[in-house]
Write a protein that binds this ligand. Structure first.
Ligand code: NAD
Length: 485
């Protein structure tokens, strides 16, 4: 279904994110007919380009980073590029602002949804908001999209919220967390709230524990300076993993509407217990065995760095539903494979009628975010054959393409979904300011404690599953991490 005609200004339109994600996502939506050709995209960045040169850059970005699959008719690229314009602008100065205002006024056609994507470093958010306001470009209907990182701690996040609030109402602000745009993440809500099967069991009585793993194979190349100041806790846990945790743990919202969902997520964050030091393992990757890839400290060129490239932690949510159920989270760089998954591990049956030799079995619901988005339910059945009652665990596997046919084989990128939601004015999959602040309020004391204790991360091998200490974190509870596949 096409969205209303819009004009989207991408501040930072020549940057890495715009080229790798935003522009290819818009092109895909254009190919699918969701973005019509009476909409417009304006790249706005520091580089001194004209529209022709920018269109060439956009073309190259789409060729390089556009997703495979889907259908795109010949000539579509030319039609798409016709919608693209460029203004050279300085967020901190006056250059380009009247040109941008002039271009916005000049674009022909009916009223369009107006959106401004802040795909620039967060230090420019305030300047952009202020100048948009001064130049009268962003009225009460306009929307702004802001990228992560949203602050470095609670203080900076509050300051950022305050700055944006001077010029925009909360209903106009779309804070992106691209994990929320993933098809399986939305499916998680469908699984929980559209089926009678799971929700009655979704609590401490039936669930033994929940594991969330976000494993990457890459190191910190290209983002060394940022990462050495951030670390895995700020870069991954405070935002992406926290959002996944909220969707898993929240109470059913009354409606699938922005504030109803976000209110429930906020309650989860506020119910998080403090995490004692013994329940946290921080790690730094070592140089690869063949010496071809540097270790973390060499990578960030800081031999004294105490920043973690891996973190595993156990946490508890202090409420009626989850009392006593641990949540184990881990994320890291330079791990064995690129995997993101949530595993909901149910308790063993209270009594085995098949005797001790049948072993222990439990159901595991796995929500796979990458590489192949899908949902898998592990069930225990009888092993076929005449060998008596031997039990075996098998997956009831449901990759979307198998279940729904080739149509579903092409899973849209999260940015496609999220940008279209901005145009539709649907904030459900975006973080509200108070959510972000609550997440920092939980994260800050943990990080402060590392500083006070002068905590140093342990080392782990490149290409491994992380430090052995992280395995011990679960072993001592009689549990184990799922294999990083
Ligand atoms: P980048 O350095 O590649 O691009 C920065 C862009 O900002 C360029 O277009 C540049 O011209 C523009 N810019 C810089 N100073 C400017 C000024 N004074 N006036 C106008 N334009 C100016 O950065 P990026 O990787 O594209 O990241 C952009 C934002 O998105 C950052 O906040 C980053 O943290 C966030 N982000 C990036 C990624 C990613 O994969 N690249 C992922 C998540 C979030």
């Amino acid at each position: 279904i096409p969205v209303d005609p819009f004009v989207l200004v991408i501040f930072g339109g020549t940057g890495d994110l715009a080229r790798r994600k935003i522009l290819p996502a818009l092109f895909r939506r254009f190919c699918d007919g969701q973005m019509e050709d009476n909409s417009a995209i304006i790249g706005a960045a520091r580089s001194d380009l004209d529209t022709a040169a920018y269109r060439q850059m956009v073309r190259e970005a789409i060729v390089e980073f556009g997703q495979e699959g889907g259908s795109c008719e010949a000539g579509t690229m030319e039609a798409f590029l016709e919608t693209v314009h460029y203004v050279s602008i300085d967020a901190r100065g006056e250059t380009g602002w009247s040109e941008l205002a002039g271009l916005l006024d000049k674009l022909p056609g009916e009223e369009r949804v107006r959106a401004f994507y802040f795909s620039v470093g967060p230090s420019l958010f305030g300047d952009l908001a202020e100048r948009l306001h001064c130049h009268g470009m962003a009225g009460s209907e306009a929307r702004i999209v802001v990228e992560k990182p949203f602050g470095h701690d609670l203080g900076t996040a509050k300051a950022l919220n305050k700055t944006l609030a001077q010029h925009f109402d909360e209903s106009q602000i779309y804070r992106i967390d691209h994990y929320l745009g993933k098809e399986t993440v939305q499916n998680l809500m469908a699984i929980r709230f559209a089926n009678m099967l799971f929700e009655p069991l979704w609590n401490a009585q039936y669930i033994d524990h929940i594991q969330i793993t976000v494993a990457e194979t890459v190191g910190v190349a290209g983002r060394e300076d940022y990462y050495d100041h951030a670390g895995a806790m700020r870069d991954m846990v405070q935002n992406h993993i926290m959002q996944l945790l909220c969707l898993i743990a929240m109470e059913p919202p009354a409606k699938f509407e922005p504030d109803a969902v976000r209110d429930e997520k906020l309650k989860v964050i506020r119910a998080l217990e403090d995490v004692p030091a013994k329940d946290i393992v921080r790690g730094q990757y070592l140089e690869s065995d063949d010496g071809s890839k540097p270790g973390f400290r060499e990578h960030v060129q800081n031999p004294e760095s105490t920043t973690e490239s891996f973190i595993a932690l156990k946490l508890h949510i202090s409420n009626w539903r989850w009392a006593g159920t641990p949540f184990y989270l881990r994320t890291g760089k330079r791990l064995k494979s690129r995997t993101s998954e949530i595993a909901v591990v149910f308790k063993d049956a209270p009594h085995s009628i098949f005797g001790a030799e049948a072993g222990r079995h439990c159901n595991i619901l796995t929500i796979v975010l990458q590489p192949n988005e899908g949902i898998e339910l592990g069930v225990t059945i009888k092993e076929p054959g005449p060998g008596g009652m031997r039990l075996v665990d098998v997956p009831l596997d449901m990759t979307f393409s198998e279940a729904l046919g080739p149509e579903a084989e092409f899973v849209p990128d999260a940015y496609e979904r999220l940008i279209m939601d901005v145009i539709r004015g649907n904030q459900t999959l975006f973080m509200r300011g108070d959510e972000v602040e609550a997440a920092w309020a939980w994260t800050d004391p943990i990080i402060a404690e590392w500083g006070a204790r002068e905590d140093t991360p342990v080392a782990y091998d490149s290409g491994s599953s992380g430090p052995v200490e992280a395995l011990a974190l679960m072993h001592r509870d009689g549990r184990r991490w799922r294999e990083i596949r």
